[in-house]
Write a protein that binds this ligand. Structure first.
Ligand code: HEM
Length: 406
């Protein structure tokens, strides 16, 4: 055994695997885990840069916790071609703390952590129950079939973000349709551009309104800090970007996974108290936010390999969460497993700020959905469900479901 030699600039190297095995929508792409079990290996980025792909759980944690590893967008080489995105990334927009490093990151993180209080989370949990019930009522009234993404998985987290930011009730439809265009994979670039501009204009107006007349919400609270209007509306945009598509895809893909696995679904139905643990296992098993991108600021050694300053490191959460050294029999969805320690919310200083909220949303939403529709099932064969492949948030674009009316 030994460390493989450094590849030459023109060496033929694998790209990030993104193709899923036919009929396996819940398993990571074929060839993602290294055939020899290596925790990290060289990888060819979309622009030709030779970077790294980390697939081992311990190596992923080490990289994500290392202060010599940066999250700054402008240092990253995209590992896969992203439609409509230039190969060189611009710096993070103002207020987007995912793409910056300390000390700038620390300032935002402190301010925001202080606002995700236990009291606010408790208030929000009550609202999740209400929104879930409202969405299920509407679904039931409209009757089968339904697209679960449109009817349930998207509106529940969208309403929660509105609640968190303090979007007034009367603005919700406007807000939701612009957000829907932004996160719709089939919308063209022009429509997305227009939705983006409109949303940012809206968030800016919202910030001004909160400054003039604060209400009981996160954005109003933050107007008491030293953040500028631009930073505040940027934070609004960040919370939307980080909290909506992720949760919506977990809800839709999680429902798809459970409907495809009747034994697991029976277990959950028989014991709704299992929901918290089931959510943790679904987070591990599905790992929708993937990969996490970083760049080395200095030469660092990880598990015997030397990552050089400037190199891009793609941390595959999906692969790390299926690492057999950390999770025995990792490809099995086991709702009784203690899945804690998974990396679905990341690790280190950028670990998901909304994870408690996301957990509450899912722990309420899954059991409520399955209780309301005891005969819920897919309305199309599983292989016809359209997948969000090649997107940094994996999931489904639509989930056609049906049920027997009472
Ligand atoms: C960061 C996943 C829901 C707000 C992250 C990161 C992951 C993640 C993996 C780390 C990104 C990185 O290290 O580069 C998820 C998943 C969710 C979810 C799987 C749902 C199931 C939410 C919600 C909110 C939220 C509901 C807020 C309302 C954030 C923010 C960050 C973040 C603000 C950036 C933190 C920082 O850079 O310090 N999330 N997230 N997320 N998430 Fe979430």
């Amino acid at each position: 055994a030994g460390v493989p030699p450094e590849p030459s600039a023109d060496a033929v190297l694998p790209a990030l695997p993104t193709e899923r095995r036919a009929g396996c929508p819940f398993d990571p792409p074929a060839g993602l885990a290294a055939p020899d079990g290596a925790p990290l290996r060289r990888m060819r980025c979309a622009d030709g840069h030779i970077g790294w792909l980390v697939t081992g759980h311990a190596a992923a944690r080490a990289v994500l916790a290392d202060p010599r590893i940066s999250s700054r967008y402008e240092l990253l080489h995209p590992p896969m071609p992203i439609p409509g995105m230039p190969s060189e990334l611009p710096p993070a927009p103002v207020g987007d703390m995912t793409g910056i490093d300390p000390p700038a990151h620390t300032r935002f993180r402190r301010l925001l952590t202080g606002k995700f209080t236990v009291r606010r989370m408790r208030q929000l949990s009550e609202r999740v129950e209400q929104f879930t019930t409202e969405c299920l009522d509407a679904m039931e009234q409209a009757g089968p079939p339904a697209d679960l993404v449109e009817a349930f998985a998207h509106p529940v987290p969208a309403l929660m973000i509105c609640e968190l930011l303090g979007v007034p009730y009367t603005d919700r439809e406007r807000f939701r349709s612009e957000v829907a265009t932004l996160t719709d994979q089939t919308a063209d670039a022009e429509a997305k551009g227009a939705a983006f501009t409109a949303l940012h204009r809206y968030l800016h107006e919202l910030v001004l309104a909160k400054r003039a007349e604060p209400t009981d919400d996160l954005l109003s609270d933050l107007t008491g800090s030293d953040l500028t209007d631009e930073e505040l509306s940027g934070i609004g945009g960040l919370l939307l970007a980080a909290g909506l598509d992720t949760t919506a895809n977990m809800l839709a893909l999680g429902t798809f996974a459970l409907l495809s696995d009747p034994d697991r679904l029976r277990e959950l139905r028989a014991d709704p108290a299992l929901a918290g643990q089931a959510v943790e296992e679904l987070l591990r098993y599905l790992s929708v936010a993937d990969p996490l991108l970083r760049a080395a600021l200095e030469d660092i050694e990880v598990e015997g390999r030397l990552i050089r300053a400037g190199e891009t490191v793609a941390v595959s959460v999906q692969a790390a969460n299926r690492d057999p050294h950390r999770f025995p029999d990792p490809d099995r969805l086991d709702l009784h497993r203690r899945a804690t320690g998974h990396l679905a919310f990341g690790h280190g200083i950028h670990q998901c700020l909304g994870q408690q909220l996301a957990r509450v949303e899912m722990t309420v939403a899954f059991p409520a959905l399955f209780a309301r529709f005891p005969t819920l099932r897919l309305a199309v064969p599983a292989h016809e469900v359209p997948l969000r492949d090649r997107n940094n948030i994996y999931g489904v674009t639509r989930l056609p479901v049906t049920w027997d009316e009472a």
